[in-house]
Design a protein around this ligand. Structure first.
Ligand SMILES: NC(=O)c1ccc[n+]([C@@H]2O[C@H](COP(=O)([O-])OP(=O)(O)OC[C@H]3O[C@@H](n4cnc5c(N)ncnc54)[C@H](OP(=O)(O)O)[C@@H]3O)[C@@H](O)[C@H]2O)c1
Length: 237
């Protein structure tokens, strides 16, 4: 089976208007709906999924993740490669997307690789009731955005990111952050890699922890990449 090139994916995932703040989700999922194998997403992806992920990162202003995903997947030193960095510069973007983590408890210390290995100053999104000592410690190594009083106000977060010059948000999960974004109706796109794998087991879904809603999405593309399928859906308003 054929697979799209990097250039074809850059065109397929192009952002129509970079000035309009958008949250684009990216997940990989097994055919039977599992979000992980042995607790991590890596076993579901292949080289086609990884290429799509690199392209999506190349197009983003900021890569946003929940603290649970950082705790499991690490996220230290996230960066696009030199060819993608050159593409970004040629299109008026910073060489690298910023990285941001959402957390209430702030139990990621400044020594965590997310901060210690970051290529640019990371962003922490939290709320005013988060532990102040941890907030102060993280402010040494990151830009801390306080959005909301008792809980993270996700709409305020997106406004703060846009005000910081980061309107194009690529959210790489995890499921609880996705659930909260769906609940607040802030998801503009879902880019889903359908992995040619059956997993069974008890792995969760790509969204959880939020009340049931029904948000309509429309198909933008379905691109076969080997046996994997790259799906791009946009919110229909
Ligand atoms: N297949 C895939 O593409 C994919 C992608 C991402 C993750 N995953 C998998 O998903 C699993 C992690 O799941 P998860 O649901 O725990 O991930 P998650 O959503 O990244 O993390 C949940 C944590 O993030 C913070 N958070 C999320 N939403 C928040 C909100 N609205 N307000 C404040 N804080 C918020 C909280 O952190 P604090 O506890 O610090 O307050 C919360 O405990 C891992 O096994 C990972 O491998 C899979």
């Amino acid at each position: 089976m054929s697979a799209p090139t990097r250039q074809e994916l850059l065109e397929a995932y192009a952002i129509a208007d970079r000035g309009v703040p958008t949250v684009r989700m990216n997940f990989v999922m097994s055919l039977d709906g599992a979000v992980t194998i042995e607790g991590r997403s890596g076993g579901l992806g292949d080289e086609h999924d990884r290429l799509a992920m690199q392209v999506l990162r190349t197009l983003a202003d900021v890569v946003l993740v929940g603290a649970g995903t950082v705790r499991v997947e690490g996220y230290g030193g996230l960066q696009v490669d030199e060819a993608d960095a050159a593409w970004r510069r040629a299109h008026g973007l910073a060489s690298q997307p910023r990285v941001a983590v959402v957390s209430s408890r702030l139990d990621l210390g400044p020594e965590h690789p997310f901060f210690a290995r970051a290529v640019d100053r990371p962003i922490v999104v939290t709320h005013a009731a988060a532990p102040s000592d941890r907030r102060a410690a993280l402010a040494e190594v990151a830009d801390v955005l306080v959005c909301g009083d008792e809980a993270v106000d996700l709409e305020a977060m997106l406004a703060a990111l846009a005000a910081a010059g980061l309107p194009q948000v690529l959210c790489e999960g995890g499921p609880h952050l996705f659930g909260a974004l769906i609940e607040a109706d802030l998801v503009g796109e879902l880019c889903l890699s359908l992995s040619p794998t059956l997993v069974a087991g008890d792995a969760g879904r790509i969204a959880r922890g939020a009340p049931e809603v029904a948000r309509s999405m429309r198909l933008v593309h379905a691109i076969p990449a080997g046996d994997l399928l790259l799906l791009r859906y946009a919110r229909s308003r």
